[in-house]
Ligand binder design. Structure first.
Ligand SMILES: Cc1cc2nc3c(=O)[nH]c(=O)nc-3n(C[C@H](O)[C@H](O)[C@H](O)COP(=O)(O)O)c2cc1C
Length: 351
C-alpha cells in the first residue's frame, strides 16, 4: 500500500500532519532541534528522555527539559523510570507543561538506565511495564505512547508479546526500534518485526531504525503497514533529510547549511545558556559540515574555538552569503516563546 508521506494521521485525538516523526535523542533533541524538525516537515517531534526521578526531586536541569515552544506542537515528551507511581507523577507534570503526548521509554539500552530497572529492561518485566503504562494513562488526559526495542537479547521477540499488553494497559501508539538492547546501534533494524507488531495491535505503530531516505521510508511504510516512520541519526545536523523524505526537497547550498547551523547555535545558546551550549554544540559542527559540504580541517578548527561568537565569525567568513540567508530565516521564524509551567530559567541563561 502506498502512503503519501504528507498525509495526516492521528494518535487518539492528536492529529499529526505528516508521516515523519523526529526521534527522541538524548543529548541532541533540544528545543532548537525539535523546532527545526517541525519546520522541515516532521509531523511530530519528541523531547529526549526525561528522568521521572529527576522530575520528582525538582532537579532544575531535568525540569528545564519540560520547556515547550509554541511552534513545536504536536510534541511528545518522553519519560523514563521504573516506579509506576513516580512515572504517573512525572506524566502529570509533562501534561501540565503542555505536551500533546506522554511517551514512555522502554527502549534505552544504556547500562546507567537499565540497571535501575528502567528503559529496555522493562521488556523483560512485562507486568511492571503494564503497571507503568496503566498508571501513566490514568494520570493524564493526553494520549500515552510507548517506544520499545525488540527485546534485551539478540533475536528477542519480546516486543511482540509485550506490545499488545501495553495497548490493553492504555497505550495509544507504539514505536518499535527493532534492534535488541544488546545490539545498541550495530547491525540493522529488522522491520519484519515491525510488520508483525502492526498485525497484532489496533493502534498506530511508528517504525524507527535506519530510515535515511525517501525511498527507504516508503519501503518501510509499504512493507510494514506502520502509520509513520521515525528519523533519528539521519537528521543530526541534517534537517534536509527530513524535507527530502517528506517532500523530495533537499540539496542545501553551503550558505543554507551555515545559516541553519548559526540559527541552531543562537537558539541553543538561548536555551541552554552560552556556557553549556558551547560544549553541547561541538558534535553538531561535524554533523552539519560533514557529508562533503566542508573540508575536514575546517570542522576541526571550529571545535577548537572557545566561544560560539568566534565559531559564528569563522562560519560567515567561509560562506559570506549565509548572512543574508540567515536574516531571511530569522525574519520568517515564528516567535515560539511559550512556557506553560513556571519553570526555572537559570539553567537557560535567561530563557
Ligand atoms: C544519540 C542518541 C540518543 C538517543 N536517545 C534516545 C532517547 O532519549 N529516547 C529514545 O527512546 N531513543 C533514543 N535514541 C534512539 C532513537 O530514538 C532511534 O530509535 C534510533 O536511533 C534508531 O533510529 P535511527 O536509525 O533513525 O537513528 C537515541 C539514539 C541516539 C543515536
Amino acid at each position: 500500500m502506498h502512503i503519501d508521506l504528507e498525509s495526516p494521521w492521528s494518535i487518539g485525538p492528536v492529529v499529526v500532519p505528516t508521516r515523519v516523526v523526529l526521534a527522541p535523542m538524548a543529548g541532541v533533541s533540544v528545543q532548537a532541534f525539535r523546532r527545526q524538525g517541525r519546520r522541515f516537515g516532521a509531523g511530530l517531534v519528541c523531547s529526549e528522555m526525561v528522568s521521572c526521578a529527576g522530575l520528582s526531586h525538582g532537579n532544575e536541569r531535568t525540569l528545564g527539559y519540560l520547556r515547550i515552544a509554541s511552534d513545536e506542537h504536536p510534541l511528545a515528551v518522553q519519560i523514563f523510570g521504573s516506579d509506576p507511581a513516580m512515572m504517573a507523577d512525572a506524566a502529570r507534570l509533562v501534561e501540565a507543561a503542555g505536551a500533546d503526548l506522554v511517551d514512555v521509554n522502554f527502549g534505552c539500552p544504556v547500562r546507567k538506565v537499565t540497571k535501575t530497572g528502567a528503559g529496555a529492561t522493562l521488556l523483560d518485566d512485562p507486568d511492571r511495564a503494564c503497571r507503568i503504562v496503566e498508571g501513566v494513562a490514568n494520570a493524564v488526559s493526553v494520549p500515552v505512547s510507548v517506544k520499545m526495542r525488540r527485546g534485551l537479547e539478540n533475536g528477542s521477540r519480546a516486543a511482540l508479546s509485550v506490545g499488545p499488553r501495553l495497548v490493553e494497559a492504555g497505550a495509544s501508539s507504539l514505536t518499535l526500534h527493532p534492534r535488541s538492547a544488546k545490539q545498541m546501534y550495530t547491525g540493522t533494524a529488522d522491520h519484519s518485526l515491525t510488520a508483525e507488531l502492526v498485525e497484532l495491535v489496533d493502534v498506530p505503530v511508528i517504525a524507527s531504525g535506519d530510515i535515511t531516505s525517501r525511498a527507504r521510508a516508503q519501503a518501510v511504510l509499504a512493507t510494514t503497514g506502520a502509520a509513520a516512520i521515525m528519523v533519528g541519526r539521519a537528521a543530526q545536523g541534517n534537517p534536509w533529510a527530513i524535507s527530502e523524505i517528506v517532500r523530495e526537497v533537499a540539496d542545501p547550498s553551503r550558505e543554507d547549511v551555515v545559516a541553519e547551523l548559526v540559527l541552531f547555535m543562537r537558539e541553543t545558546a538561548r536555551e541552554l545558556g552560552p556556557e553549556r551550549a558551547t560544549g553541547f554544540l561541538k558534535k553538531f559542527y561535524g554533523w552539519y559540515l560533514g557529508r562533503g559540504r566542508f573540508p575536514k580541517p575546517f570542522k576541526q578548527e571550529l571545535v577548537r574555538l572557545e566561544t560560539i561568537a568566534e565559531v559564528e565569525l569563522r562560519l560567515f567568513a567561509a560562506a559570506p552569503g549565509a548572512r543574508d540567508v540567515l536574516a531571511v530565516l530569522e525574519e520568517t521564524l515564528p516567535e515560539g516563546e511559550e512556557t506553560t509551567l513556571d519553570l526555572p530559567i537559570s539553567v537557560y541563561g535567561g530563557g
